[in-house]
Design a protein around this ligand. Structure first.
Ligand code: NAD
Length: 454
């Protein structure tokens, strides 16, 4: 079936109204959850073959995170679907105001390769919960996971409701030629612009979950042991191929050496065994491996074990004394290299960060409320943590998304339901009476109306 026919079939199904029913949505979410549980081993296996993810990482970031999302949605959906009643001004006495969440219709979901299972299914949960049909496009760079995703979808849902189109740029381009009611894209900023351009031609609303260079700041008053441990976890999880990984480290110059010593201890404790057992996530392909290696040229590596190109193994690597005009600082690193830049005054680094594109995440380690307030007030970023990394993702109560070059829109928990729902505002008027002043032909109506608009 051609993409155009598929889209047409979904639109026809959407117009039957089947997907709008609460019972239908809940049943589909429960089916999805069961399917994930049933295919748990296959998902683990596929993600391992594509990216060499350890069982711990696969469960935490792919399966567990998705199950949590679907369970939370099942629990709260009834409440989220209730029309919201809001106040009505005096001018409209006698009427009541409501907000109805209705599905957009057909959603196109394009996913990246770094968390190939979770980043395909997490938006899908939002699309289902809001009552949409969906076309999924997993990443071609993780083909095994793409196959499992397709198998799960095909055995769980009819294609007129939810379907998968596998492939790369060609298939994405063909998909983007069709008209959808919502496009949810996760991936690079560069492709995000292509997606938004295609969406603009059809006036389709979008959520863009993009990337960027997320700063991590360790201030002089930070708890260094905790900071070292949490940054080592957040930076090297998935071999640094995480959209919200700390991209580079700003460390106060008085604490740099102490921090680096502790940081290396933590890296070795967390990852040495994994590296020896070949359980450290690999770099997705040779092109990215070479791109990462090119960042090392001209630098003295402060720390880093031997790389093994034959298995695309790139161990945690530190670069010290990095400058903003170095190659590594020009683009998102998206790999296990942490450049370190020392600073003296927090004001100076805030200024430099604000000269860059708005980051997806920011992490600040400090015990000072003043420093915390200053950074939160003066730097715009998608989301982040004070004294931690990554775990802004760990709660369904925090909407997740970027700002500026790191994206637009957000999801997770209720934010996913909201993202895939149009909010239809409805005023319900009374017919019990009818104020004559609202009509233009009545004498004195202008002077009366003016009183209400003060
Ligand atoms: P990518 O943009 O290369 O690919 C993402 C998806 O877009 C894939 O499905 C791919 O097939 C498709 N695509 C590629 N080129 C296309 C084109 N010309 N037209 C239409 N579709 C196209 O991104 P990636 O390399 O898979 O992922 C890495 C990037 O994604 C990083 O920048 C990372 O920060 C970002 N990311 C962001 C989030 C987030 O939640 N904000 C999550 C994961 C990754």
């Amino acid at each position: 079936m051609s993409i155009a026919e598929l889209v047409k079939k979904q639109r026809t199904f959407f117009h039957t109204g089947t997907t709008k029913d609460y019972q239908f949505r809940i049943t589909q979410l429960k089916k999805l959850k069961q399917a994930i549980l049933l295919h748990e081993q296959e998902i683990m296996q596929a993600v391992n073959e594509d990216l060499n993810k350890s069982e711990f990482e696969s469960y935490l970031t792919e399966i567990g995170a998705t199950l949590k999302e679907v369970s939370f949605t099942i629990k709260h959906l009834k409440q989220w679907m209730k029309p919201g009643r809001v106040k009505t001004p005096l001018l409209l006495t006698g009427s009541k105001s409501y907000i109805y969440a209705e599905p957009y219709g057909l959603a196109l979901i394009i996913a990246p390769w770094n968390y190939p299972f979770h980043l395909t299914f997490a938006p899908l949960i939002g699309a289902i919960s809001a009552g949409n049909c969906a076309v999924l496009k997993p990443s071609e760079l993780t083909p095994k996971t793409s196959t499992v995703v397709t198998k799960i979808i095909q055995t769980t849902f009819p294609e007129e409701y939810i379907t998968v189109v596998e492939g790369g740029v060609e298939e994405s381009t063909a998909l983007l030629k069709e008209k959808y009611d919502y496009i949810f894209y996760t991936g690079s900023t560069h492709v995000g612009k292509i997606v938004m351009e295609a969406a603009a031609k059809q006036l389709t609303p979008v959520t863009l979950e993009l990337g960027g260079k997320s700063p991590c700041i360790v201030h002089k008053d930070a708890n260094l042991d905790i900071a070292a441990k949490r940054i080592a976890f957040g930076k090297f999880l998935n071999a640094g191929q995480t959209c919200i990984a700390p991209d580079y480290l700003y460390i106060h110059k008085t604490k740099k050496e102490e921090f680096i010593t502790t940081f290396i201890e933590n890296i070795e404790e967390m990852y040495d065994e994994r590296l020896e057992n070949r359980e450290f996530t690999k770099i997705v392909n040779e092109r990215h491996f070479h791109r990462l290696e090119s960042y090392l040229e001209g630098h003295q590596i402060r720390y880093g074990k031997e790389r093994d190109k034959s298995i695309l193994s790139f161990p945690p690597t530190l670069l010290d004394n990095v400058k903003w005009d170095d190659k590594i600082m020009q683009d998102e690193i998206f790999g296990p290299i942490l450049p370190i830049i020392e600073y003296d005054q927090i004001d100076d680094i805030i200024q430099v960060i604000n000269e860059q594109a708005k980051p997806l995440a920011l992490y600040l380690f400090t015990e000072s409320k003043d420093i915390e307030q200053q950074v939160l007030r003066d730097v715009s970023f998608g989301g982040g943590c004070i004294n931690d990394t990554i775990f802004q993702l760990g709660t369904p109560y925090l909407p997740f998304g970027g700002v500026g070059d790191s994206g637009m829109g957000s999801y997770h928990g209720k934010a996913s339901f909201d993202t895939f729902s149009h909010k239809k505002s409805v005023l319900k008027q009374t017919t019990a009476f009818d104020f004559s002043v609202r009509y233009p032909h009545k004498k004195h109506s202008l002077s009366l109306i003016k009183r209400f608009f003060k």
